[in-house]
Ligand binder design. Sequence first.
Ligand SMILES: [Zn+2]
Length: 260
Amino acid sequence: MLLIGSWWRNRRRRKLCAEPFPDVWEELLHRNAAFFSKLMPQQQAKLRDDLRVFIAEKDWEGCNGLKMSDEIQVTIAANACLLALELPEGMFDRVRTILVYPGDYVVPDRSVGPDGVVREGPSARHGEAWLRGPVILSWSNALEGGQNSRDGRNVVFHEFAHQLDMLDGVVDGMPPLAGKAQQQRWQQITRQAQAELHHDLRHGRPTLLDPYAATNAQEFFAVATECFFERSKAMRKRQPELYGLLSDYYRQDPAGRSGK
Ligand SMILES: [Zn+2]
Protein backbone atom coordinates (compact mmCIF):
# COMPACT_ATOMS: atom_id res chain seq x y z
CA MET A 1 0.00 0.00 0.00
CA LEU A 2 2.84 2.30 0.96
CA LEU A 3 4.66 1.45 -2.27
CA ILE A 4 1.61 2.19 -4.42
CA GLY A 5 1.15 5.46 -2.52
CA SER A 6 4.70 6.60 -3.16
CA TRP A 7 4.50 5.44 -6.81
CA TRP A 8 1.44 7.69 -7.34
CA ARG A 9 3.08 10.53 -5.47
CA ASN A 10 6.25 10.34 -7.55
CA ARG A 11 4.22 10.12 -10.76
CA ARG A 12 2.20 13.19 -9.73
CA ARG A 13 5.38 15.06 -8.84
CA ARG A 14 7.04 14.22 -12.17
CA LYS A 15 3.96 15.40 -14.08
CA LEU A 16 3.90 18.64 -12.11
CA CYS A 17 7.56 19.39 -12.79
CA ALA A 18 7.24 18.58 -16.49
CA GLU A 19 4.92 21.57 -16.97
CA PRO A 20 6.51 24.90 -17.93
CA PHE A 21 7.48 27.06 -14.97
CA PRO A 22 5.17 30.12 -14.87
CA ASP A 23 6.91 33.37 -15.86
CA VAL A 24 5.24 35.26 -13.04
CA TRP A 25 6.67 32.75 -10.51
CA GLU A 26 10.14 33.27 -11.99
CA GLU A 27 9.77 37.02 -11.42
CA LEU A 28 8.59 36.41 -7.87
CA LEU A 29 11.59 34.18 -7.18
CA HIS A 30 13.98 36.92 -8.22
CA ARG A 31 12.07 39.58 -6.29
CA ASN A 32 11.20 37.77 -3.06
CA ALA A 33 13.92 35.13 -2.67
CA ALA A 34 17.02 37.31 -2.75
CA PHE A 35 19.38 34.31 -2.54
CA PHE A 36 17.98 32.82 -5.77
CA SER A 37 20.18 34.72 -8.22
CA LYS A 38 23.31 33.52 -6.36
CA LEU A 39 22.52 29.81 -6.87
CA MET A 40 24.09 27.80 -9.68
CA PRO A 41 21.78 26.99 -12.63
CA GLN A 42 21.28 23.35 -11.58
CA GLN A 43 20.45 24.46 -8.01
CA GLN A 44 17.95 26.98 -9.40
CA ALA A 45 16.35 24.24 -11.49
CA LYS A 46 16.04 21.96 -8.46
CA LEU A 47 14.58 24.77 -6.35
CA ARG A 48 11.94 25.44 -9.03
CA ASP A 49 10.92 21.75 -8.95
CA ASP A 50 11.02 21.51 -5.16
CA LEU A 51 8.89 24.60 -4.67
CA ARG A 52 6.24 23.40 -7.12
CA VAL A 53 5.88 20.15 -5.20
CA PHE A 54 5.90 22.08 -1.90
CA ILE A 55 3.15 24.45 -3.05
CA ALA A 56 0.99 21.66 -4.49
CA GLU A 57 1.22 19.32 -1.50
CA LYS A 58 0.59 21.70 1.43
CA ASP A 59 -2.70 23.10 2.65
CA TRP A 60 -2.38 26.87 2.59
CA GLU A 61 -4.63 28.96 4.77
CA GLY A 62 -4.82 32.72 4.99
CA CYS A 63 -5.79 33.92 8.47
CA ASN A 64 -7.33 37.17 9.73
CA GLY A 65 -8.72 37.92 6.28
CA LEU A 66 -5.49 37.33 4.33
CA LYS A 67 -6.26 36.15 0.81
CA MET A 68 -3.87 33.41 -0.33
CA SER A 69 -1.93 34.31 -3.48
CA ASP A 70 0.79 33.00 -5.78
CA GLU A 71 3.15 35.58 -4.33
CA ILE A 72 2.67 34.32 -0.77
CA GLN A 73 3.04 30.68 -1.77
CA VAL A 74 6.08 31.15 -4.04
CA THR A 75 7.89 33.34 -1.51
CA ILE A 76 7.37 31.03 1.46
CA ALA A 77 7.98 27.84 -0.54
CA ALA A 78 11.20 29.16 -2.14
CA ASN A 79 12.69 30.21 1.19
CA ALA A 80 11.69 26.94 2.89
CA CYS A 81 13.02 24.83 0.00
CA LEU A 82 16.44 26.52 0.10
CA LEU A 83 17.11 24.82 3.46
CA ALA A 84 16.36 21.36 2.08
CA LEU A 85 17.90 21.93 -1.36
CA GLU A 86 20.78 19.46 -0.86
CA LEU A 87 19.19 17.31 1.87
CA PRO A 88 17.53 13.95 1.22
CA GLU A 89 14.04 14.17 -0.28
CA GLY A 90 10.95 14.59 1.85
CA MET A 91 12.35 16.72 4.70
CA PHE A 92 9.15 18.78 4.96
CA ASP A 93 6.64 16.09 4.01
CA ARG A 94 5.28 16.06 7.57
CA VAL A 95 4.33 19.73 7.39
CA ARG A 96 0.80 19.50 6.01
CA THR A 97 -0.54 22.96 6.73
CA ILE A 98 0.86 26.46 6.47
CA LEU A 99 -1.13 29.20 8.16
CA VAL A 100 -0.31 32.74 7.10
CA TYR A 101 -1.31 35.93 8.94
CA PRO A 102 -1.04 39.37 7.31
CA GLY A 103 1.40 40.64 9.96
CA ASP A 104 2.40 39.86 13.53
CA TYR A 105 -0.38 37.99 15.26
CA VAL A 106 -1.34 37.85 18.87
CA VAL A 107 -1.71 34.56 20.73
CA PRO A 108 -2.61 33.85 24.32
CA ASP A 109 0.67 33.12 26.10
CA ARG A 110 1.10 30.86 29.07
CA SER A 111 4.30 30.57 31.05
CA VAL A 112 5.21 29.17 34.43
CA GLY A 113 7.66 31.34 36.35
CA PRO A 114 10.31 30.15 38.81
CA ASP A 115 7.83 30.92 41.60
CA GLY A 116 5.45 28.34 40.10
CA VAL A 117 2.93 30.96 39.04
CA VAL A 118 1.36 30.57 35.61
CA ARG A 119 1.11 33.90 33.85
CA GLU A 120 -1.11 34.22 30.84
CA GLY A 121 -1.18 37.17 28.53
CA PRO A 122 -1.13 37.94 24.85
CA SER A 123 2.16 37.94 22.95
CA ALA A 124 2.84 39.11 19.39
CA ARG A 125 4.56 36.59 17.13
CA HIS A 126 6.24 36.47 13.70
CA GLY A 127 5.94 32.73 13.35
CA GLU A 128 5.69 29.32 14.98
CA ALA A 129 6.55 25.72 14.17
CA TRP A 130 4.58 22.95 15.84
CA LEU A 131 5.77 19.40 16.35
CA ARG A 132 3.62 17.26 13.99
CA GLY A 133 1.54 20.38 13.38
CA PRO A 134 1.38 23.46 11.19
CA VAL A 135 3.89 26.16 10.47
CA ILE A 136 2.44 29.58 11.20
CA LEU A 137 3.93 32.67 9.60
CA SER A 138 3.43 36.40 9.40
CA TRP A 139 3.37 37.37 5.72
CA SER A 140 4.91 40.83 6.22
CA ASN A 141 7.85 39.24 8.07
CA ALA A 142 8.24 36.41 5.55
CA LEU A 143 8.30 38.92 2.69
CA GLU A 144 10.80 41.21 4.39
CA GLY A 145 13.01 38.23 5.25
CA GLY A 146 12.92 36.95 1.68
CA GLN A 147 13.68 40.30 0.06
CA ASN A 148 16.59 41.15 2.36
CA SER A 149 19.12 38.34 2.29
CA ARG A 150 21.86 40.03 4.30
CA ASP A 151 20.40 41.06 7.65
CA GLY A 152 20.44 37.60 9.25
CA ARG A 153 16.67 37.58 9.73
CA ASN A 154 14.37 35.26 7.85
CA VAL A 155 11.33 33.89 9.67
CA VAL A 156 10.80 31.17 7.04
CA PHE A 157 14.35 29.84 7.49
CA HIS A 158 13.81 30.04 11.25
CA GLU A 159 10.54 28.11 11.43
CA PHE A 160 11.61 25.46 8.91
CA ALA A 161 14.89 24.93 10.78
CA HIS A 162 12.66 24.06 13.77
CA GLN A 163 10.88 21.54 11.52
CA LEU A 164 14.23 19.92 10.63
CA ASP A 165 15.07 19.78 14.34
CA MET A 166 11.70 18.07 14.97
CA LEU A 167 12.19 15.30 12.40
CA ASP A 168 13.31 12.83 15.08
CA GLY A 169 10.38 13.77 17.30
CA VAL A 170 12.59 15.58 19.81
CA VAL A 171 12.90 19.37 19.88
CA ASP A 172 16.43 19.74 21.16
CA GLY A 173 18.29 21.88 18.64
CA MET A 174 19.89 18.87 16.96
CA PRO A 175 18.36 17.50 13.73
CA PRO A 176 18.73 13.78 12.97
CA LEU A 177 22.40 13.04 12.19
CA ALA A 178 24.10 9.96 10.72
CA GLY A 179 25.90 8.64 13.80
CA LYS A 180 27.28 9.09 17.27
CA ALA A 181 30.48 10.86 16.18
CA GLN A 182 28.43 13.44 14.28
CA GLN A 183 26.10 13.97 17.24
CA GLN A 184 29.06 14.49 19.57
CA ARG A 185 30.63 16.97 17.16
CA TRP A 186 27.28 18.80 16.91
CA GLN A 187 26.91 19.05 20.68
CA GLN A 188 30.49 20.08 21.26
CA ILE A 189 30.46 22.91 18.68
CA THR A 190 26.97 24.23 19.43
CA ARG A 191 27.46 24.15 23.21
CA GLN A 192 30.76 25.99 22.88
CA ALA A 193 29.14 28.58 20.58
CA GLN A 194 26.23 29.02 23.01
CA ALA A 195 28.63 29.49 25.93
CA GLU A 196 30.51 32.16 23.98
CA LEU A 197 27.26 33.87 23.05
CA HIS A 198 26.14 33.99 26.71
CA HIS A 199 29.57 35.31 27.67
CA ASP A 200 29.48 38.09 25.05
CA LEU A 201 25.93 39.07 26.00
CA ARG A 202 26.84 39.24 29.70
CA HIS A 203 29.71 41.58 28.84
CA GLY A 204 27.62 43.72 26.51
CA ARG A 205 29.66 42.80 23.43
CA PRO A 206 28.04 42.87 19.98
CA THR A 207 27.23 39.38 18.72
CA LEU A 208 26.97 37.97 15.20
CA LEU A 209 23.97 35.85 16.14
CA ASP A 210 20.78 37.56 17.21
CA PRO A 211 20.61 37.42 21.04
CA TYR A 212 17.40 35.36 20.71
CA ALA A 213 19.75 32.43 19.97
CA ALA A 214 20.66 32.44 23.67
CA THR A 215 17.11 31.38 24.64
CA ASN A 216 17.81 27.63 24.40
CA ALA A 217 19.41 24.99 22.12
CA GLN A 218 16.47 24.85 19.70
CA GLU A 219 16.37 28.62 19.19
CA PHE A 220 20.15 28.57 18.81
CA PHE A 221 19.87 26.19 15.84
CA ALA A 222 17.03 28.20 14.24
CA VAL A 223 18.81 31.57 14.62
CA ALA A 224 22.18 30.09 13.55
CA THR A 225 20.47 28.79 10.40
CA GLU A 226 19.21 32.31 9.57
CA CYS A 227 22.74 33.65 10.06
CA PHE A 228 24.38 30.80 8.12
CA PHE A 229 22.35 31.56 4.99
CA GLU A 230 22.17 35.33 5.32
CA ARG A 231 25.46 36.40 6.90
CA SER A 232 27.48 33.49 5.64
CA LYS A 233 30.78 35.25 5.02
CA ALA A 234 30.74 36.87 8.45
CA MET A 235 29.94 33.52 10.09
CA ARG A 236 32.67 31.70 8.15
CA LYS A 237 35.16 34.32 9.33
CA ARG A 238 34.04 34.82 12.91
CA GLN A 239 32.69 31.38 13.81
CA PRO A 240 34.39 28.97 11.39
CA GLU A 241 33.61 25.83 13.39
CA LEU A 242 29.90 26.62 13.56
CA TYR A 243 29.93 27.56 9.87
CA GLY A 244 31.64 24.26 9.00
CA LEU A 245 29.14 22.28 11.07
CA LEU A 246 26.12 23.87 9.39
CA SER A 247 27.78 23.66 5.98
CA ASP A 248 28.26 19.90 6.46
CA TYR A 249 24.68 19.51 7.68
CA TYR A 250 22.97 21.54 4.94
CA ARG A 251 25.52 20.36 2.31
CA GLN A 252 25.75 23.97 1.13
CA ASP A 253 28.44 26.64 1.17
CA PRO A 254 26.58 29.96 0.95
CA ALA A 255 29.75 31.95 1.74
CA GLY A 256 31.32 30.49 -1.40
CA ARG A 257 28.55 31.80 -3.65
CA SER A 258 29.57 34.75 -5.79
CA GLY A 259 28.59 38.20 -4.62
CA LYS A 260 27.87 37.31 -0.98
ZN1 LIG B 1 12.13 29.76 17.20
